[in-house]
Design a binder for this molecule. Structure first.
Ligand SMILES: *[C@@H]1O[C@H](CO)[C@@H](O)[C@H](O)[C@H]1NC(C)=O
Ligand SMILES: *[C@@H]1O[C@H](CO)[C@@H](O)[C@H](O)[C@H]1NC(C)=O
Length: 234
């Protein structure tokens, strides 16, 4: 049973996090989807723990000389369609997801934070904490980002996502924006459960996938087994 669930979980990762499809498979394969969901939740928690460990060890920093960092904030509104008939599962207080994504060759490393609003007071310290000094940051013209150049970052602003205020590099921007868009799609795909804790877990899980799963030499499944073992040692 456990192996089957791990494989199913792994399959869901390989399918690019299509939660709805996985739900369908779970319903078909297993007579008791509830217990199966419990196990996948457990596996996801194991992944989240691994990300927290990495964060505690200060290994979760992005940028540097040879990478771009794209930053963006998105409001994830509660939609009726998904929430009908349920109560108390909206992200009322903290509905902004602030994302910073390192783009380096084909590697993508996102840092995703759930925040109350997108004021400078909230976003600025998060950038300082996670983005290495001197990094090249690409953002829109939202004024919370005004001071990044003063803090020693090389800051490019994209006006209305159509053109660069800074000359040149247009192709590069499109590339980065595509990566960012696909990350956002993954966040949306996971909106089955709209509780704040579930969203947080999903953000961590997306981070796990990019930072740890995809970079393990034996692939996502190899990393998953490693993290399961790490949890059982304690
Ligand atoms: C954003 O959230 C902070 C922290 O809760 C709060 O102090 C500030 O007033 C909020 N700003 C806006 C514009 O809502
Ligand atoms: C949503 O997820 C949270 C935590 O993961 C859980 O406690 C809650 O029961 C879930 N709610 C629904 C409606 O599935």
């Amino acid at each position: 049973m456990l192996i089957a669930v791990v494989l199913l979980f792994w399959f869901s990762l390989a399918q690019g996090l299509r939660r709805r499809h996985v739900d369908m498979i779970e319903d078909g394969v297993c007579g008791s989807p509830k217990s199966l969901t419990r196990v996948t939740t457990l596996l996801r928690e194991i992944c989240c723990k691994a990300v927290r460990r990495m964060e505690r060890n200060r290994k979760m920093r992005i940028g540097g000389r040879t990478a771009f960092v794209a930053i963006d904030e998105s409001k994830f509104r509660h939609k009726r369609k998904y929430g009908r008939g349920r109560r108390g599962n909206t992200w009322r207080r903290r509905s902004w997801v602030f994302g910073m994504m390192e783009v380096k060759g084909s590697r993508r490393r996102p840092v995703l934070k759930l925040v109350e609003n997108r004021s400078r007071r909230i976003l600025h310290p998060i950038i300082l904490k996670y983005v290495r000094p001197g990094s090249q940051i690409i953002s829109d013209c939202w004024r919370a980002y005004d001071r990044l150049a003063r803090d020693g970052y090389i800051h490019y602003q994209v006006n209305h996502r159509r053109y660069f205020v800074h000359p040149g590099n247009g192709a590069h921007t499109q590339h980065i924006e595509r990566a960012w868009r696909s990350c956002k799609e993954n966040i949306y795909r996971y909106r089955g459960n709209l509780s704040e804790s579930a969203l947080k877990m999903n953000l961590k899980f997306i981070e796990w996938n990019q930072w740890l799963g995809k970079e393990h030499r034996e692939g996502i499944l190899g990393r998953l087994f490693k993290d399961i073992r790490a949890c059982h040692k304690v």
